[in-house]
Write a protein that binds this ligand. Structure first.
Ligand code: FMN
Length: 211
């Protein structure tokens, strides 16, 4: 039995290219073998709250000493982290927004990257203080962009803080095996967008069996 946790980052519904690509990838993935399960977590069209002062206080409080109020402050974080640990694969579909990720996806990240849950911190070990805890999983990032040239070595690579940032965050909690498939030129439309979209569709179809 294999399970994908699918994170949907776009605020757009049917118009969303990243959402459409995600759904066709998930169908192909499920069709390619038995026992493949998908859990969807909407973060683009749902309100994932930003972390608050109370959340931070609770997260940094020793787990066994948290009172009911603190546990309530961390309840959503706990269930999002539970979803992440339960799945053995993670797929994040997201547009690039202002060179980074949409705020709903950022809020999800802040809820799941949590000390003592998805990573540990050892202040005695200055050289290597972080210990990732989300081990043995792999991830796929399906990302769409209005402009082009955000890939490694390309003209806008230095402006890309979207999938590059996701790679950093996922690696930090222990997910090192990350594939990125990107569509560019949404804002230009026409043939360049159609070509880019077609390449991503083919790459995703090819990956579906083996992911
Ligand atoms: C608020 C906002 C910010 C955006 N910022 C960028 C950007 O920094 N760079 C870029 O190439 N495209 C940017 N875009 C374009 C989107 O990344 C692009 O339209 C993407 O395909 C939308 O994904 P979706 O179809 O899944 O919603 C932005 C779009 C919006 C609405």
């Amino acid at each position: 039995m294999s399970q994908i946790l699918a994170i949907q980052g776009s605020p757009r519904g049917e118009r969303s290219h990243s959402r459409r690509l995600l759904e066709s990838f998930l169908s192909a993935w499920q069709d390619s073998a038995a026992g493949r399960d998908v859990v969807r977590r909407e973060v683009g069209r749902a309100q994932i709250p930003p972390v608050s002062e109370a959340w931070i206080a609770a997260a940094f409080h020793p787990a066994e000493q948290r009172d009911a109020r603190m546990q309530a402050d961390l309840a959503l974080s706990e269930s999002l982290i539970g979803e992440l640990f339960t799945a053995d694969r993670l797929v994040i579909a997201t547009p690039m927004y202002n060179f980074g990720v949409p705020s709903g996806l950022k809020a999800w990240i802040d809820q799941v990257v949590r000390i003592g849950r998805t990573f540990d911190f050892d202040p005695e070990d200055h050289a290597n203080p972080y210990r990732p805890r989300v081990l043995g999983k792999k991830a796929l990032i399906v990302t769409t962009r209005g402009d082009h040239g955000y890939g490694p070595g390309a003209i806008n690579a230095h402006r890309n803080h979207a999938d590059t940032y996701l790679r950093t965050v996922l690696g930090f909690i222990g997910i090192e095996d990350v594939t990125v498939i990107a569509v560019e030129d949404d804002e230009y439309g026409g043939q360049s967008f159609a070509d880019s979209y077609g390449r991503a569709e083919r790459a995703l179809a090819e990956l579906a069996g083996s992911f």
